[in-house]
Ligand binder design. Structure first.
Ligand SMILES: Cc1cc2nc3c(=O)[nH]c(=O)nc-3n(C[C@H](O)[C@H](O)[C@H](O)COP(=O)(O)OP(=O)(O)OC[C@H]3O[C@@H](n4cnc5c(N)ncnc54)[C@H](O)[C@@H]3O)c2cc1C
Length: 412
């Protein structure tokens, strides 16, 4: 690792890697270094993600953020030679009550206003897309044909390899232990392998962003919260084109993976985790499988997908999503340190928005502005909220993810 760099990115999850790619794509000749504490990239939150890319967002900014990511990933292999493994299968949203169906009608109008293709799905289409669904258990469905999912790790590796091809240095096994500042400007980083001088630091440390912020005497309006899912043993009845299925009345989602189903749940009483209070070595792998919550999710899903009762769990997967009180990302300059940027608060939408996050950060750092107004994501917001209220507000956002009054999913 050189002792100087023009721009340092801390953390090689999907956000750091997309940022590196977008910075390098501008070909400014600046040296860009990604510093990652692990032996491999994308080995924390990103590795655990379901990778679902859903376009229906209440907030038009988020909808366009996902729209750009989809457009980028659709042409990524052709443009860079690296495959993000995007599956454009569409998505089905299932309603189990009239209120939900009414909210889908609103979503339909909203989607069309945003230019997103969507339709109310008839039973024949549902059966054809996802034959295991028990139609008698649902009131109706909304279909979004342009949605899909990626293998999140493969997608992050594609950003990484494309960034490397453009000259980005990825430094592994190196932990950032402190930030250096002078006269309210960033001047470098300290690592366990020595210091690096730089005038630009972008911290994309996911759930560990709070630790980085603390090094600069800052707090961020973000709370890491455990999220869990499980993959079943293979079921030969799953068609290759099976869409992502969201069952918001059960707070659950499901999609195919490795021949089985990957299903997850936003539980009613989610567990907050604060890496600032953990040993520095605390990693995603230290989080225990949430077997009871997964058992509950399977029970909730089984009436709609009876086949789940016959399949064993092949893998539990859990990680931390970073939630905020308004469900918006945390992206922008540090309030009081010139040259220091933060990006966290993914809210379970970090893969879906990864392209835009990278582009916003690259444009903001290189050009001083980006094409969207990302001021709603400023890290300085909620600065008067005490830690307990922040944590509870974030837990509520997570448990209400698919609720009828949700700020993330619903329009009601
Ligand atoms: C169960 C689950 C399901 C999900 N499903 C979806 C989904 O379907 N769709 C979607 O869009 N999103 C989903 N997400 C969210 C998605 O995974 C995240 O938004 C995304 O991975 C965040 O990426 P990141 O780069 O911000 O963080 P991370 O992937 O956690 O990367 C942060 C990196 O920073 C490194 N780091 C931290 N501190 C330091 C330090 N001091 N020095 C050096 N390196 C450091 C870490 O080692 C890590 O590699 C899901 C998440 C979970 C847990």
């Amino acid at each position: 690792m050189n002792s100087e760099a023009d721009i340092i990115i801390i953390g090689a999850g999907i956000w750091g890697l997309s940022t590196a790619y977008h910075l390098a794509r501008e070909q400014t000749g600046r040296s860009i270094v990604v510093v990652e504490r692990n032996a491999a990239v994308a080995d924390e939150t990103t590795r655990q993600a379901a990778g679902q890319i859903g376009q229906l967002r209440r907030d038009p900014l988020m909808a366009s953020a996902v729209g750009y990511t989809l457009e980028l990933l659709t042409g990524f292999k052709e443009a860079t030679g690296h495959d993000p493994r995007l599956m454009l299968t569409g998505s089905l949203h299932l309603a189990q009550c009239d209120e939900r169906m009414a909210s889908f009608e609103e979503q339909l109008a909203h989607a069309r206003a945003l230019g997103i293709e969507a339709e109310i799905a008839e039973g024949v289409l549902i059966e054809q897309l996802a034959p295991a669904i028990s139609l008698s258990e649902i009131t109706g469905a909304l279909y979004v044909p342009g949605d899909g999912y990626v293998d999140a790790r493969a997608c992050a590796h594609a950003y990484c390899n494309a960034a490397r091809d453009l000259g980005v240095e990825i430094v592994l096994n190196t932990e950032v232990t402190d930030l250096r500042t002078c006269n309210d400007s960033v001047t470098g980083i300290e690592t366990d392998r020595g210091p690096v001088v730089t005038g630009n630091v972008i911290a994309t440390a996911g759930p560990w962003a709070g630790r980085l912020a603390a090094m600069a005497g800052l707090t961020l309006p973000m709370q890491p919260i455990r999220l869990q899912q499980a993959r079943t043993t293979p079921d030969p009845g799953i068609p290759a084109h099976h869409p992502v299925v969201r069952i918001p009345d059960q707070s659950c989602y499901l999609r195919p993976e490795e021949g089985g189903y990957l299903f997850g749940i936003f539980d009613d009483d989610p567990m907050a985790i604060d890496p600032r209070e953990m040993p520095a070595s605390f990693a995603t792998g230290d989080i225990k499988p949430a077997e009871d919550i997964i058992a509950g999710a399977r029970q909730r899903l089984a009436p709609v997908f009876p086949v789940l009762e016959q399949l064993n769990i092949a893998q539990f997967r859990q990680g931390m999503i970073t939630c905020t009180p308004d469900a918006g990302y945390v992206i922008g300059p540090a309030p009081s340190v010139e040259g220091l940027w933060f990006a966290t608060g993914c809210g379970g939408m970090g893969i879906a928005g990864s392209g835009s996050v990278g582009r916003w950060l690259a444009d903001s750092v290189l050009k001083g502005a980006c094409r969207d107004d990302i001021s709603p994501f400023l890290p300085s917001r909620f600065k008067d909220l005490d830690p307990d209220s922040l944590r509870e507000a974030c837990r509520r956002i997570c448990s209400n993810y698919y609720a009828l009054n949700s700020v993330t999913y619903s329009l009601s």
